[in-house]
Design a protein around this ligand. Structure first.
Ligand code: RP5
Ligand code: MG
Ligand code: MG
Length: 285
């Protein structure tokens, strides 16, 4: 993307900490190529990150700290960006490839540089009581629905995506996060889990890649940002996902089949991924 909007703004507070306000970055000052004299982003890394959980890096800006291997696979951690080679800035940390955000440090993200996620876009055609596919009467295009979750952190509706664990295959992350957030597998019994795994394997074996790259996520900073790989799994004849019992789990507080159209409001840049999915499947928008 050429710019981002959800991770900058005047008087915009940082997620999960409303005391941290982003330094304003006007549209024409996003690019690092444009000088911005007086640019003083706040330096913020959340306590939850500084306390050293397994999913976070150490503060590499401290002197005599071993440095990660940027722009490559560093042990099990993928520090490559889908956007290409990123720059290491004057503080020795990665620079956001899209531009300024008004915050430096890591905010509440664990990794310096790209933080990799995967987004499963699970879709079906909207059907009436007679199981007929419903159409938008003005253009005769079929209406698509997708499984959306409501995020605990911002309350916004979103694709049930999540972070790729170090060394984890994307295909595994997609299934795992869908299971955790939309089917609550973290709290289901062993039998239920086996049943869900079987059905998920069926549906998730045929997916279409929709997007791979930077996400305009409200947590992004000048030095840490979200990237994702989004895949669409469409239950074309309505016989597979329809059987699932949706049940919000983990960081999701709600889950539902959501009609897709241009009015939809979603977290981060998820609307773009949903639009792309609708286009590919020839659905109403
Ligand atoms: C977004 O954050 C990604 O597109 C993905 O949906 C999500 C991953 O973060 P968590 O859901 O784990 O917070 O940028
Ligand atoms: Mg999750
Ligand atoms: Mg998630």
């Amino acid at each position: 993307p050429k710019t981002h909007t959800k991770c900058r703004g005047t008087n915009l507070s940082y997620p999960r900490n409303d005391k941290i306000l982003r330094f304003p970055v006007p549209d024409n000052k996003v690019s690092w190529d444009t000088p911005y004299t007086g640019y003083k982003p706040v330096d913020y890394t959340a306590d939850s990150v500084l306390s050293g959980p397994v999913w976070a890096d150490i503060d590499v800006r401290k002197p005599r700290t071993p440095q990660p291997r940027w722009n490559t696979v560093d042990g099990k951690i993928d520090r490559q960006s889908h956007t290409g080679h990123y720059v290491i800035d004057e503080f020795g940390v990665p620079r956001n490839p899209v531009g300024r955000t008004g915050v430096r440090g890591r905010g509440c993200l664990g990794r310096w540089g790209p933080n990799h996620a995967a987004d499963p876009i699970v879709t079906r055609w909207k059907r009436n009581e007679k199981f007929e596919v419903m159409k938008n009467t003005s253009n005769n295009k079929p209406v698509l629905q997708f499984v959306a979750i409501q995020r605990r952190d911002t309350g916004e509706w979103a694709i049930p995506g999540g972070m790729v664990d170090p060394g984890e295959q994307i295909s595994v992350t997609l299934k795992r996060e869908f299971g955790e957030e939309a089917l609550n597998t973290l709290e289901s019994s062993k039998d239920e889990k086996e049943d869900i795994t079987r059905k998920l394997n069926e549906l998730f074996c045929r997916g279409e890649e929709i997007y791979r790259g930077y996400v305009d996520d409200p947590r992004n900073t000048d030095n840490s940002w979200m990237e994702t790989v989004a895949f669409n799994f469409n239950d074309d004849d309505g016989t597979s996902v329809g059987k699932f019992n949706l049940h919000a789990g983990d960081d999701a507080v709600g889950v539902k089949w959501t009609d897709i159209n241009s009015e939809i409001k979603l977290y981060a840049s998820h609307k773009n991924f949903i639009h792309e999915t609708a286009k590919r499947l020839g659905a109403d928008w």
